[in-house]
Every structure is written in structure tokens, then in C-alpha cells.
Design a protein around this ligand. Structure first.
Ligand SMILES: Nc1nc2c(ncn2[C@@H]2O[C@H](COP(=O)(O)OP(=O)(O)OP(=O)(O)O)[C@@H](O)[C@H]2O)c(=O)[nH]1
Ligand SMILES: [Mg+2]
Length: 316
């Protein structure tokens, strides 16, 4: 099968194969990506992040339904940071999202690290490009947690939804530490729970402070703060209204294309870094390595010599 052509026409088997090749670093993956790349850059990538158990998957599930109602085809990338020892979370998500698995307008993939450094953001990026080429209008990227990895992954998204829940002081601190800056739409899920009002006030204060600190030349967007009860589908239409508004504003201002461009640039640099490391490791000078092994020179000196002795790389 002509994988590139098939996936452009939306064939999910072709899409899955391309993603697997890219994950496996099979050469055919890069070839497919290069033929479909001109057809990417259209999908709105929406990052969904928040602390463990906040209701990200339940909410994503409800948001898929709402996007489908609005006539859109939806891709979902669920990040599995525990892979290759994937725990119960993704399995639970599969069950939770089961109602969408028979819908040809929805394509759900989970990505793991496969043990490669930087693998998570690379696989996520590749998967998003393939889904984009397959013609999905919206791609949800769900990540667990609130650490630096999540912030990096979220940097991939055009629109970022940050989910908080009532009654967790530490979590609010964690969100404050980094995610407050990158969120475009804030949701307090489990609004049916006790402590909603106090959490809403905390978020409101943080958003207010962020507004005050916003540089005059920054993108003109004030992040809304919305309540939701994902398990009862409450507040979902309002969230999609907000991500739609954000998407339109990005497109109208030209920022959408600029963001996508910056993302590909960052990806190119990251791939260059990986490639250079691989090449350098392969060509490490044996003499220098023996010398350091025999303790004739120290590791710092060895590293300096190893870099120095690298020969220029010829294009293959
Ligand atoms: N009361 C209440 N429970 C909810 C709500 N949304 C989700 N839950 C429940 O919270 C639990 C966790 O929901 P998930 O959607 O798995 O949360 P998650 O953020 O995806 O969890 P991880 O992926 O494990 O981090 C489940 O038992 C949900 O049924 C809500 O709005 N109200
Ligand atoms: Mg989840």
C-alpha cells in the first residue's frame, strides 16, 4: 500500500503504520512524513493538561463528543509517560473513550517514550503531524501532571487547556509554578465538589496577576476561567466555544501559522541534536577512549579531545 497517499485520504491503517514507523525510527517513517508534510499545518492542536485524576480523560471524552456535534473530525494523542511499562491509566482511558472507537471521525493514539531520550515530545510531534495530514480538524493532546515535560509538550499546542479541581492546595501551587503562564483556557473540573468557590477565587487571583504582568505586545487574549462537571457533560460546550474563539483569533491574526512555524523549527533543532549525538558516539576516537580507560587522561580532557577529533559529517 502507498502509505503516504492512503493516509492523506484518511486511511487509519496507513496512519497507524506511519506512526509506528516513526516510533520505531524506521526509515520509511521519515519518507512518509516528508511526502505528507506539505499537507500539514491545518489542524488546531489543543493541549489538555492538569494534575493526576483531575478528569482530563473524562473531559477529553466529552469534548470529543462536542467537537463531533460541531462536525469536526477529531484526533486524540494520549501521552503515556510510564511506557514501556504502561500502567492502568491508558487502559482505563480506552474503556472510557470506547464510545468513540467505532466512530470513523475519531482517531485515538497513545504515545510512550520507548526509552529514547526526548522521545516523548518527538513521538507526540510526529503523531500530531500524521493526524494533521490525515485531515483531522482538531487534535487533543492529553498529558498527565504539571512538570517541565508537560510544559514542553504543551508548547506544541496552539491552544492549551489547564484543568484544576477543587480542594487541592499543592496542586494549585504546582499549576502556579509553570502552567499558569501557558494556559489559554482554564477549567475547574469537578465543580460539583466541595471547595469549588475557594479554588475559583485562587485561580481568578492568579489570572488577574497574569493579566497585570502581560506585556503590551503579547497576543491579545484573556484566558477564560470555566467550571465543568465532566462526568455530567456540564460546561463542555462553553469550553469548546472558548477553544474555538482562541483558534479563530490565532488564525485571523496570523499567529496560528507563526506558532506552527516555530514548532517545526524547534523540532528541526531537536532532531539535529539527536542526530549529532548519534554520529558523534559512533565516531568517538578509539585511541582517546583507550587512553581514558587506562587512566592516562581524565574524562574532561578526553571529552575535549573527542570533540576535537570528530571529522566533518558528509551528507549521506
Ligand atoms: N465528581 C466528579 N468526578 C469526576 C468529574 N470528572 C471526572 N471525575 C472522576 O474523576 C476520576 C478521574 O477521572 P479521569 O478522567 O480519569 O482523570 P484524569 O485526569 O484523566 O486522570 P489521569 O489520566 O490518571 O491523570 C474518575 O473516577 C472520574 O469519573 C467531575 O466533574 N465530578
Ligand atoms: Mg487520563
Amino acid at each position: 500500500m502507498d502509505v503516504a497517499r492512503e493516509l492523506l485520504s484518511g486511511n487509519v491503517l496507513a496512519g497507524a503504520r506511519a506512526i509506528r514507523w516513526l516510533d520505531d525510527r524506521d526509515r520509511r517513517g521519515a519518507q512518509v512524513l516528508s511526502s505528507v508534510f506539505p499537507h500539514t499545518g491545518r489542524a488546531q492542536i489543543i493541549g489538555v493538561t492538569g494534575p493526576p485524576g483531575a478528569g482530563k480523560s473524562t473531559l477529553a471524552n466529552a469534548m470529543i463528543t462536542e467537537q463531533r456535534r460541531r462536525g469536526r473530525r477529531v484526533g486524540v494523542v494520549a501521552i503515556d509517560p510510564t511506557s514501556p511499562f504502561s500502567g492502568g491509566a491508558i487502559l482505563g482511558d480506552r474503556v472510557r473513550m470506547a464510545r468513540h472507537t467505532l466512530d470513523p471521525g475519531v482517531f485515538i493514539r497513545s504515545v510512550g517514550t520507548r526509552g529514547h531520550a526526548g522521545g516523548l515530545s518527538r513521538s507526540t510531534h510526529d503523531t500530531c503531524l500524521i493526524l494533521d495530514a490525515m485531515g483531522y480538524d482538531v487534535i487533543f493532546v492529553e498529558t498527565v501532571g504539571v512538570g517541565q515535560d508537560e510544559i514542553d509538550i504543551v508548547a506544541l499546542a496552539h491552544t492549551t487547556i489547564i484543568i484544576g479541581v477543587p480542594g487541592l492546595g499543592d496542586e494549585v501551587q504546582a499549576i502556579k509554578a509553570g502552567l499558569m503562564e501557558v494556559g489559554d483556557v482554564f477549567v475547574i473540573n469537578k465543580a460539583d465538589r466541595e471547595g469549588y468557590e475557594a479554588t475559583r477565587q485562587q485561580f481568578e487571583l492568579m489570572l488577574h496577576l497574569r493579566e497585570e504582568a502581560r506585556p503590551a505586545d503579547a497576543f491579545d487574549w484573556s484566558p477564560p476561567l470555566l467550571p465543568a462537571v465532566a462526568t455530567r457533560d456540564e460546561g463542555i460546550a462553553g469550553i469548546i466555544d472558548a477553544t474555538d474563539r482562541h483558534g479563530s483569533k490565532l488564525r485571523d491574526s496570523g499567529e496560528f501559522a507563526r506558532m506552527s512555524g516555530r514548532r517545526e523549527r524547534a523540532q528541526a533543532l531537536a532532531l539535529m541534536g539527536e542526530e549529532m549525538l548519534r554520529i558523534a558516539m559512533e565516531r568517538a576516537d578509539a585511541e582517546v577512549l583507550s587512553a581514558v580507560e587506562a587512566r592516562q587522561i581524565d574524562p574532561y580532557e578526553a571529552a575535549r579531545l573527542l570533540v576535537h577529533r570528530l571529522s566533518p559529517v558528509q551528507e549521506e
